[in-house]
Design a protein around this ligand. Structure first.
Ligand SMILES: C[S@@+](CC[C@H](N)C(=O)[O-])C[C@H]1O[C@@H](n2cnc3c(N)ncnc32)[C@H](O)[C@@H]1O
Length: 338
């Protein structure tokens, strides 16, 4: 067990590591080392950064184990550093850019947002999260890759709810359509609508085309705070509500309710916060991210019940997607048919 003082000191220095990894990625250093080691001078000329200043960063990356130095003093990528190459099959380059250039900065606004109101991200960037992504398509690309659900998640969700009897499934905030197209593969008679912001439409259309679903799945653009496509018999809100304040979450739920007939079902797929957490609890990372980026939250079951009731739903059932993982499918029915 590490001594309390060392543990705390390590926590206090976390910002340096995030910043150094971000710099490596943002300066393109990993890709410059794909073909072999390079000297500090070469890297300085290729990145356009002054040699002495770049050396400070290269030394920090070496101390972190991202770079190594050969006997001639040239820098090379370690196995860890390799993961920052853009061509690596398991590349974390996009995460380095996203966490270091966006999340990390947003967290800097948390204190101001907690004491003065508003959303941390908006304080720092001057605009909302999704507007910012809209203006930075490259960042939006990293975001959509990063949030892609793990392969197999659709099968797990499908195992908890039988979509086969339903005709039209509307995935509200459906992102790049990967979840819905997988569900449609498992339910061959159903049709689908991926509904998301215009910024996600290209990615959605590409997934639908790549999976040969053009005749069964439409991609519709809009804002779920204003309205949601009507006429579906199952509505899915997967990993959407955590990104919104209670007030906006109720608005989104009410818009779903308005679009739904009394017999339709709403499925909410979210991480559930346990009523009490212990050290190392994993849901808190998502919770702080939601707070910093959106003023949202990973909610407990009882908080969901309250929000759903305000949005016009009754929480009929909660099923954990994987035991102990807290990812859960909430089956909700419109209030009128309770
Ligand atoms: C965390 S992602 C979840 C994506 C997908 N449902 C999943 O589980 O993989 C949240 C999604 O909400 C979408 N979104 C955000 N604001 C929106 C709005 N006002 N109207 C519609 N979609 C929105 C985002 O573009 C993003 O695709």
């Amino acid at each position: 067990m590490t001594a309390p003082r060392s543990r705390l000191t390590e926590m206090l220095g976390g910002y340096r590591r995030t910043a150094a990894v971000y710099l490596a990625a943002a300066l393109g250093i990993p890709d410059l080392l794909i073909d072999g080691p390079r000297s500090g001078l070469e890297l300085a000329s290729l990145t356009g950064v002054g040699e002495e200043r770049l050396r400070q960063v290269l030394r920090a990356l070496t101390a972190l184990g991202i770079l190594g130095q050969d006997p001639g003093g040239r820098f090379f990528l370690t196995e860890t550093g390799d993961l920052l190459r853009t061509d690596h099959p398991e590349s974390l380059y996009g995460q380095a850019i996203y966490f270091g250039g966006l999340s990390y900065r947003a967290y800097g606004g948390l204190h101001e947002s907690l004491t003065g109101g508003g959303v941390a991200f908006d304080h720092v960037f001057g605009i909302g999260y999704y507007e910012h992504l809209d203006r930075h398509p490259e960042l939006a690309g990293h975001y959509h890759k990063m949030i892609a659900l793990a392969p197999g998640m659709a099968q797990l969700i499908d195992g908890l709810f039988d979509f086969r009897p339903y005709r039209t499934i509307v995935d509200v905030g459906g992102g790049n359509g990967s979840l819905l197209t997988e569900i449609l593969t498992l339910s061959p008679a159903a049709r689908g609508i991926v509904f998301d912001l215009p910024l996600a439409a290209d990615a959605g259309r590409k997934t639908v085309a790549d999976r040969g679903m053009g005749d069964r799945c439409d991609v519709v653009s809009g804002d779920f705070r204003i309205a949601v496509p009507p006429g579906g018999d199952v509505y899915l809100l997967s990993r959407v509500l955590a990104n919104w304040s209670d007030e906006n979450a109720v608005k989104i739920l009410s818009n779903c309710r308005d679009a739904m007939g009394n017999d339709a079902t709403l499925l909410v797929f979210e991480l559930l916060m346990p009523e009490r957490v212990a050290e190392g609890a994993f849901a808190v990372d998502g919770d702080l991210n939601a707070l910093a980026h959106f003023g949202g939250a990973v909610r407990t079951r009882s908080r969901f019940e309250r929000l759903l009731a305000e949005g016009g739903f009754h929480l009929a059932e909660v099923r954990e997607v994987l035991p102990g993982a807290h990812w859960s499918l909430l089956r909700c029915v419109p209030e009128a048919v309770r």
